[in-house]
Ligand binder design. Structure first.
Ligand SMILES: [Zn+2]
Length: 205
């Protein structure tokens, strides 16, 4: 196990803050006033997929929730609270589900081994597998099958968002919530829009 140089993190942080202030000396005073994020992003907790880094966003741009395999569970008060606050208080109108190829959570669900407590969470992804069983079995190459499962999981979570009371309430009040299905390819560093890849029309709203 490598030793973590936490002092380096603090040094990096000081350098970053100085650099930001050099560009705009009021920057932190401005963001202190409040947030108006452009979108809510649900991503995987995986340390390699950091949305802010990959999408080059600034502070205040994205309201982010992360969990293993970017799952929307209707019993997860944590995500539902985040979503409610984003939609109702912050007036966010775009929600991005941001999966990634090479997802360990998706692979663990696929392999169906016993992993303890986490199996309860991964059951959400096993549901996705069951819903798309024949489509997945048609793919012979296992890596490709897992990539497809990652994509299907993102699309399934979009459907789960549509089933939340928060989304339905928003629709009932005439608010248009735009839903985005993205996958980060850790082998290229590029983010794919599944709506474009599969020409899903109309938009996922
Ligand atoms: Zn993952």
């Amino acid at each position: 196990m490598c030793n973590i140089d936490f002092e380096q993190y603090f040094a990096n942080n000081r350098h970053w803050a100085e650099t930001v202030l050099a560009g705009n000396m009021d920057y932190f005073l401005e963001i202190k006033e409040g947030q108006q994020p452009k979108a809510l992003l649900l991503g995987c907790s995986d340390s390699r997929v950091s949305p802010a880094t990959v999408l080059v966003t600034g502070l205040g741009d994205l309201f982010i929730h992360r969990n293993i395999a970017n799952v929307v569970s209707h019993s997860d008060l944590n995500f539902l609270s985040v979503m409610q606050y984003a939609v109702e208080s912050l007036k966010v109108r775009d929600i991005i589900v941001y999966g990634h190829y090479g997802c360990g959570g998706v692979r663990a669900a696929y392999e169906n081994k016993s992993n303890g407590l986490i199996d309860n969470w991964l059951a959400n992804i096993k549901d996705v597998m069951r819903h798309h069983k024949s489509e997945l079995l048609d793919i012979e190459n296992e890596d490709e099958r897992l990539e497809k499962l990652v994509e299907l999981n993102v699309l399934e979570q979009i459907e789960n968002i549509k089933q939340t009371s928060i989304y339905k309430d928003a629709m009932d009040h005439g608010l248009k919530i735009r839903l985005h299905a993205w996958v980060f390819d850790i082998s290229t560093g590029l983010v794919l829009d599944l709506k474009k890849k599969y020409n899903i029309q109309p938009a996922l709203t």
